[in-house]
Design a protein around this ligand. Structure first.
Ligand code: ADE
Length: 422
């Protein structure tokens, strides 16, 4: 039935997926405006885009926008548990998009899908975690000949790409979309803040008020999770390795202490560091009966799950949907959510459309910018140009009906000169 190459779970789910894509679209007005312009101007005409992103309703609207701009898009999942099967089905059936993603796919199928996207020999890649770039620079160098640039959606991916650049291994120009203010200040903070707690509550039905929530890492995602947990009445502790971020957490009014102490007092632990094994055996040993642990960082390495498994006398999978019980002793169980994968996307539906509107409007405009500037791009990690951020924030404000002031001519002159002082 599908007219485009694809691998999705079930086309019967397409009607449900279509409703959700259109529902999300109503809350993505900036992206919709860009799509309208793209339909007329076709700025991406002739480009093949290889995308590895979370397959959600919001991503569907980004893919629609890129195709409206004249690009030919292939999409695979950036996480085996984040795919929304109804959305994937509708993207193929109703919108003619080429999608390779099945929720719960094995690691083997996950990589087969990545390779299928790479097989299209894309001009631009759009990554959420740098998996496509990594593949194109290692096992699949054969397919990298057409690459103009790559775009990276997430903090973890940018960290990986900067490490490649530092080691002299980066072969393609990369735009760090994550680092745009229009992305991380909103998506990482308000998106992760809300969707992580949404995932925890959907999985456990737990009450947050009065609970001791330990947020591991005080980057933009950690700030968001901590802020929302506090708002829900939790007693929030932060653990950090960076003195400046720790200081900020203290002055934001949070309890800050090392994990060696926090492990014994927390009811719920959320990891958002981008680093590995920030919760490990020495911490599991100190945790109390009934402790809930989860991760909202990109990869499932933040919690040392093999060590947890080794400590456990018994593991009971699926005591609730997305909850596994690790029985450490007759008197102590630890509950792991979503197998340690992104709890906000695996146990909930990811960030709300309104915030993805800004991230994905930025992505769409960067794709256009990459095409225009293809000739002068170097194999380094670049920031998004300020002009794109200005357009996105201005349009977002307009869509919200918020008006702001303008500098007077005199004020503009004052800011541009050093003449006036005390
Ligand atoms: N990352 C976090 N939330 C997301 C969403 N709703 N869609 C795509 N990527 C996401």
């Amino acid at each position: 039935m599908a007219k485009v190459p694809c691998d999705v779970t079930d086309f019967k789910l397409a009607p449900e997926g279509k409703k959700k894509i259109l529902w999300a679209d109503q809350d993505m007005p900036v992206l919709a405006l860009i799509r309208k312009r793209f339909e007329k101007q076709k700025p991406l005409k002739g480009l093949r885009l290889g995308c590895c992103m979370h397959v959600t309703s919001e991503t569907a609207n980004l893919m629609r926008t890129l195709e409206a701009g004249g690009a030919s898009v292939s999409l695979c999942a950036s996480n085996p548990l984040s795919t929304q099967d109804p959305t994937a089905a509708s993207m193929v059936k109703d919108f003619g998009l080429s999608v390779f993603a099945r929720r719960g796919e094995s690691v083997k199928v996950f990589y087969a899908h990545l390779n299928t996207v790479v097989d299209t020999k894309p001009h631009i890649t759009m990554d959420d975690g740098a998996d496509l770039v990594n593949l194109l620079q290692t096992k699949r160098q054969d397919a990298g000949g057409n690459i103009v640039a790559s775009m990276e959606e997430t903090t973890t991916g940018v960290i990986r790409l900067r490490a490649m650049e530092k080691a002299g291994e980066l072969k393609f120009p990369v735009v760090a979309v994550n680092d745009a203010d229009t992305k991380h200040l909103f998506d990482n903070r308000y998106g992760t803040g809300q969707s992580t707690l949404d995932g925890v509550v959907r999985a456990t039905d737990t009450l947050l008020a009065g609970r001791r929530v330990v947020v591991v890492g005080y980057g933009w995602c950690g700030r968001g999770v901590a802020m929302r947990a506090k708002g829900a009445g939790a007693i929030v502790t932060i653990t950090e390795v960076d003195p400046l971020k720790a200081l900020e957490a203290v002055m934001d009014g949070f309890d800050v202490r090392p994990m060696s102490e926090a492990a014994a007092v927390g009811d719920l632990f959320v990891t958002v560091t981008g680093n590995k094994h920030v919760l490990r055996a020495e911490h599991f040993r100190k945790m109390r009966h009934g402790t809930i642990i989860c991760n909202s960082g990109h990869f499932d390495v933040e919690i040392d799950i093999p060590a947890l498994r080794k400590l456990a006398k018994k593991v009971i999978k699926g005591v609730r949907q997305n909850v596994d019980e690790y029985q450490i002793s007759a008197k102590k169980s630890i509950y792991l959510l979503a197998e340690g994968r992104l709890v906000n996307l695996a146990a909930a539906t990811g960030h709300p459309a309104s915030v993805m509107d800004m991230s994905f409007a930025t992505q769409a405009l960067v794709a256009e910018w990459v095409k225009k500037n293809a000739r002068r791009l170097k194999p380094v990690v670049m920031d998004v140009v300020k002009a794109i951020e200005d357009v996105v924030s201005k349009l977002k404000l307009e869509s919200m009906g918020v008006r702001i002031d303008k500098l007077t001519r005199d004020q503009a002159k004052y800011l541009a000169s050093s003449g006036e002082g005390t």
